[in-house]
Design a protein around this ligand. Structure first.
Ligand code: PLP
Length: 398
């Protein structure tokens, strides 16, 4: 973004303060985890209490079982859970499980979807890799990248082609069921159902990377919202309540292949760390009351109804994509349904937009290819103010 980033001193509710004392209404939410806002009292209390009891044991605790039970209860196909410390790890393990379970090598991913920074998945990835113009990182051997086939999001025929050519050797299809890392891109009607069918017919595991969407777009994530059940689910971000925690969940027949019960190796010194588990559980407790997702949807609707009329009056097109409390404004393009559409956006204009918002006291991700997050700490008035600031800023930069 061509400036020294703001260094953040503290956060409370929907607000963050930088080291120079400036205050911003935060729509980044630490890239997704902070669905309750910053320093939510019950989360802070749970973290403090857990820390007083000891920070790590490397042995089972009751709280991690409790967290696993919440996840199993929320996800339709989940019978067992493995806790890890980052989304990257969750995806690495899901892929290894898929390969072991099917005895096949290849993975299908979608251009613009990001699944963490492991070698095999930094292939036409979104997020930071997309912003920096290096969707393929240096340091990844072509033999490893070569096992990843890339399809276009929302293009079922393309996936069908890959499977008819390579199907016998495809272990898994991994997808963000609502893409968040090329900006927010929704699944077209029938896309997720179609992936489910294709995967089942080819004996391929369907892996939903719900690191963003899990407990964001519904209790139980996109698989509940859209009614499509994957074989394996990767979770992160919200389930850790702002601390390092992530998870893989799936049916017993697949999950029990993990060591020590099975022959698929996985380990982590701090996996299931008691402080992270406490933060995750405290966060999920706040979301379980049945009103949280209706409120998030309502706030998203306020944003959308406040912004749509102004978007229509701008000199150039702007595409607003939204799913619940996730949204992206793509500048200079009419409609974004895939990575190919997303990269048509005017990133220079987005840079000006980012700074115009920052000057007005609103903080969003410093990239066109990211999602903005509304939290339960935002009020309707906050969201309306953001919409007004965004409208003014767009008129200025487009
Ligand atoms: C953030 C993210 C990851 C990686 O999680 P980390 O905790 O940053 O390793 C993986 N998949 C998706 C969809 C993500 O948004």
């Amino acid at each position: 973004m061509g400036q020294t980033p703001r260094f953040i001193a503290r956060g409370s509710g929907a607000w963050i303060w930088d080291t120079e004392g400036r205050r911003y209404l935060d729509f980044l939410g630490s890239w997704g985890p902070l669905v309750l806002g910053h320093a939510f009292p019950s989360v802070v209390a749970a973290v403090g209490k857990a820390a007083e009891q000891g920070t790590s044991f490397g042995a089972p605790t009751l709280a991690e079982v409790e967290l696993a039970e919440v996840l199993v209860g929320a996800l339709p196909a989940a019978e067992q859970v493995r806790l890890v410390s980052s989304g990257t790890e969750a995806v690495m393990t899901a892929i290894r499980l898929a390969r072991a379970h099917t005895g096949r090598r290849r993975i299908v991913k979608f251009a613009g979807c990001y699944h963490g920074h492991s070698d095999g998945l930094l292939v036409r990835a979104g997020s930071g890799a997309l912003t920096l113009g290096i969707p393929d990182s240096d340091g990844i051997p072509s033999e490893i990248a070569g096992l990843t086939a890339v399809a276009a999001f929302n293009d079922l025929a393309g996936v069908g082609n890959i499977l008819s050519n390579l199907g016998e050797d495809v272990a898994g299809i991994i997808v963000e069921p609502v893409a968040g890392n090329m900006g927010t891109v929704l699944p077209a009607i029938g896309f997720l159902e179609g992936l489910r069918d294709l995967a089942t017919r080819s004996g391929v595991l369907l892996i939903f990377d719900e690191v963003i969407t899990g407990f964001r777009v519904a209790w139980g994530g996109a698989q509940r919202r859209f009614g499509v059940t994957p074989d394996l689910t990767c979770l992160g971000k919200i389930v850790g309540g702002g601390l390092p925690l992530a998870a893989i969940a799936g049916p017993r027949a697949i999950m029990e292949q993990l060591a020590p019960s099975g022959r698929v190796y996985q380990a982590g010194t701090l996996s299931g760390n008691p402080i992270a588990v406490a933060a995750g559980l405290a966060t999920l407790r706040e979301l379980a009351d049945g009103t949280a997702y209706a409120r998030l949807e309502g706030l998203g609707e306020v944003l959308e109804t406040s912004l749509r009329p102004t978007l229509a009056r701008l000199r150039r097109p702007v595409c607003l994509n939204r799913c619940g409390s996730m949204f992206t404004l793509f500048l200079g393009v009419g409609c974004v349904e895939s990575y190919r559409d997303a990269v048509e956006a005017d990133t220079a204009a987005f840079g000006r937009f980012f700074h115009a918002l920052l000057e007005r006291g609103f903080y969003v991700a410093p990239s066109q290819f990211e999602t903005a997050f509304i939290s339960l700490a935002h009020t309707e008035a906050d969201v309306r103010q953001f919409a007004a600031a965004a409208a003014e800023s767009l008129a200025e930069v487009l």
